[in-house]
Ligand binder design. Structure first.
Ligand SMILES: Nc1ncnc2c1ncn2[C@@H]1O[C@H](COP(=O)(O)OP(=O)(O)O)[C@@H](O)[C@H]1O
Ligand SMILES: [Mg+2]
Length: 257
């Protein structure tokens, strides 16, 4: 994946949020109370990460944002006509080569073939999969599959991009590389990002803000700004200021119940 040459800072957040949760409640039909009193906004130029213990409602929150689930209380405002969504599993179609997988959403949106082809090639180049266009998913590593999955959403230029623990199944080095590459994409493509993880370090490394969720029913117990400029070097992970913020997130997580 291409790293940006010049030093750039994150796009400045504008006033109008692209995604807004107000007092959101989620109670499943079987009575499982999963989310309570969840309120937050994501503006353009923001990369917001939600961390929380397993089962606290993180995926539910993201599924509500995307429209796959409907909240049972409160309000969610987002333009759902074009949302990027990357899951922990790359969800590629085994019988399609990379290029055809990347073009899937565009096909579903009836994008003209020439535009589709140009955009998919651009996205494939951006995620560093040039040369693998005609490979089937079975011939790709876990990290490459995830890159293809990101490219599939990226080629639609989504104003809002949702990620549900996309790097959770990857080895540490692949994971760190993909984190750096995702940050570059965030800066160059200017989407509003909402990223779910249970990794404190991933959250602090990637985000402009970290939201900490409590155990189920999940509510937001802390909202921590991360002030480092982009692009962030790998060395930032060993910076005392980074460790201090990670410690703060960890403290909030342990105190959350
Ligand atoms: N469709 C559903 N019906 C009932 N309970 C559900 C449903 N989906 C998720 N849950 C429950 O909601 C809780 C939160 O799940 P989830 O959002 O997947 O958590 P996380 O992603 O934080 O691990 C879990 O207890 C889970 O069993
Ligand atoms: Mg989950």
């Amino acid at each position: 994946m291409t790293h940006l040459d010049q030093s750039v800072t994150a796009p400045t957040p504008s006033t109008e949020p692209r995604l807004s949760f107000s007092d959101v409640e989620m109670v499943f039909p079987d009575g499982t109370h999963t989310l309570t009193d969840v309120s937050f906004d994501v503006h353009p130029g923001e990369f917001v990460t939600v961390v929380g213990p397993s089962g606290c409602g993180k995926s539910t929150l993201l599924r509500i944002a995307s429209g796959l689930e409907t909240e049972t209380g409160g309000t969610v405002v987002v333009d759902r006509s074009n949302i990027g969504f990357v899951f922990q599993d790359a969800t590629l179609l085994d019988w399609r080569v990379v290029k055809d997988n990347v073009e899937l959403f565009a096909e579903l949106h009836d994008m003209p073939q020439e535009e589709r082809s140009q955009r998919s090639q651009h996205a494939i180049d951006l995620v560093g999969l040039s040369g693998f266009e005609q490979h089937y998913p079975r011939a790709l590593s876990g990290g490459m599959k995830m890159r293809a999955s990101i490219a599939r959403s990226l080629m639609m230029s989504p104003p809002v991009f949702l990620f549900d623990e996309p790097f959770g199944a990857l080895d540490e080095i692949t994971r760190e590389n993909l984190q750096a590459e995702l940050m570059d994409l965030f800066v160059s493509e200017n989407f509003a990002g909402l990223f779910i993880t249970h990794s404190i370090y991933e959250a602090v490394y990637l985000s402009t803000r970290v939201l900490v969720m409590s155990n189920r029913p999940g509510r937001i117990v802390a909202d921590i700004a991360v002030p480092f400029d982009y692009p962030r070097s790998q060395d930032l992970r060993f910076d005392p200021a980074f460790a201090e913020l990670a410690g703060q997130v960890s403290h909030e997580l342990r105190g959350a119940h």
